[in-house]
Write a protein that binds this ligand. Structure first.
Ligand SMILES: Cc1cc2nc3c(=O)[nH]c(=O)nc-3n(C[C@H](O)[C@H](O)[C@H](O)COP(=O)(O)OP(=O)(O)OC[C@H]3O[C@@H](n4cnc5c(N)ncnc54)[C@H](O)[C@@H]3O)c2cc1C
Length: 360
């Protein structure tokens, strides 16, 4: 009898599973992708799009096209609930999809609940990015909350866009820790200097407590005026897992074993930002890990469906990050090493274009 595998979300690891299905289809397995948008947007191209270097089509993969090529079903819906014991997922419109095996790669959210009803914008889920950034980059004093890779990169690319298009004003960046906290001190110091040199106003060690229509208030009482607020203050979990009663970490991310299977359910898999690996709870929520989980997920789904032993995912010790800093310059970080140059941007551009070509 045929089994049904549901892939929920078209994140990085699921793109790899779909790519492999084009040439290595499983026998007697019906595969469906359920994802909220008909496109998957790639965050590696977001800074280049913001600055005006990439077109809309450069940044996204058509899910209708790739699922057709892989001969799998595509359902454009948002999953809002998981019934793990009954083996069902429920979508926003009330439709119910039963499964034999399910895999989640739905990314993360970014706006904390406390700020949901304020003017703060978020670019998560990632299909929100284009419309949000097109508005934000044209305002005079956009304020970015969060000094991680995403906040730093977008602050620099919005500032560059403003300069290129002679839009007056200045980007502001407020971060609760240091810029690029968690990276070596030299990286943090160099990127902060670069932000300031390019014209971005930076507030470090200040967390945002209130967001009002035209200003924010930080924990030290600073009032900072803005024309729009973009929240990039770190990943928060989709509420689906907590609500469904599966084991989650203290932030609500689903806990998975090294095999990418949920803690207490062999037939539920997870990858990317939406999960926390029990053995590596401190691993950053970042695309580089989601990409590397793709081949392991493909192998483990294949093995599980045929009753074979699964492989363990072992995250790499150091990950390569290249941040676009504007005007085709890149800041490359690998472990303790860092380097700012045009070559670094060229390498980033090649990696990102190759990634998109592989999945389109
Ligand atoms: C500006 C920016 C720059 C970044 N730069 C880097 C970088 O340089 N290096 C790096 O490693 N990381 C970077 N990141 C982080 C990176 O984007 C994320 O870690 C990565 O996208 C997570 O991938 P994912 O596979 O978990 O899911 P995502 O890529 O977020 O995809 C999730 C998918 O699930 C779908 N979905 C969501 N919810 C549901 C639902 N309930 N039901 C059905 N479908 C759903 C979405 O539509 C989407 O298709 C950056 C992020 C940003 C915003």
């Amino acid at each position: 009898m045929s089994k049904r595998l549901l892939l929920v979300g078209a994140g990085h690891a699921h793109l790899e599973v779909i790519r492999r299905l084009k040439s290595e289809a499983w026998v007697n397995v019906e595969v469906c992708l359920i994802s909220s948008s008909r496109y998957q947007y790639y965050s590696g191209m977001f800074s280049g799009f913001t600055e005006g270097l990439y077109s809309l089509e450069d940044t996204r993969v058509s899910l209708e096209k790739i699922t057709r090529e892989a001969r799998i079903h595509f359902i454009e819906k948002t999953v809002v609930s998981l019934r793990p014991k009954q083996k069902k997922v429920i979508c926003h419109d009330g439709s119910v999809y039963p499964f034999d095996v399910v895999s989640f790669d739905i990314g993360s959210q970014s706006l904390p609940k406390a700020f949901e009803h304020t003017v703060a914008r978020t670019i998560k889920p990632n299909y929100e990015f284009i419309s949000q950034i097109e508005e934000i980059r044209n305002t005079t004093h956009p304020l970015i909350v969060g000094g991680g890779a995403a906040g730093t990169e977008l602050a620099l690319s919005i500032q560059t866009y403003k300069e290129k298009n002679q839009i007056p004003g200045q980007v502001k960046l407020v971060t609760a820790e240091k810029v690029m906290n968690g990276f070596p001190k030299i990286v943090s110091t160099r990127l902060k200097s670069l932000l300031i040199k390019k014209g971005v106003q930076v507030w470090e060690d200040e967390s945002v407590e209130e967001i009002h229509d035209h200003y924010i208030v930080t924990n030290s009482g600073n009032k900072i005026r803005h024309t729009s607020v973009l929240w990039l203050g770190g990943a928060s979990a989709e509420p689906i897992f907590k609500r469904s009663g599966v084991e989650v970490d203290e932030k609500g991310f689903a806990l998975v074993r090294d095999t990418l299977q949920f803690q207490e359910y062999d037939y539920i898999f997870g990858s990317g930002d939406c999960i926390t690996l029990t053995a590596y709870p401190e691993l950053q929520k970042s695309g580089v890990y989601a990409v590397k989980q793709g081949p392991v997920l493909w192998n483990n789904l294949s093995q599980f469906l045929s009753g074979q032993p699964l492989q363990e995912y072992d995250p790499q010790k150091n990950a390569l990050y290249i941040l676009s800093t504007g005007k085709q310059q890149g800041f490359m970080v690998y472990g303790p090493l860092s380097h700012h140059s045009r070559q670094a941007w060229k390498l980033k551009n090649k990696i990102d274009r190759d990634f998109m070509a592989k999945y389109k």
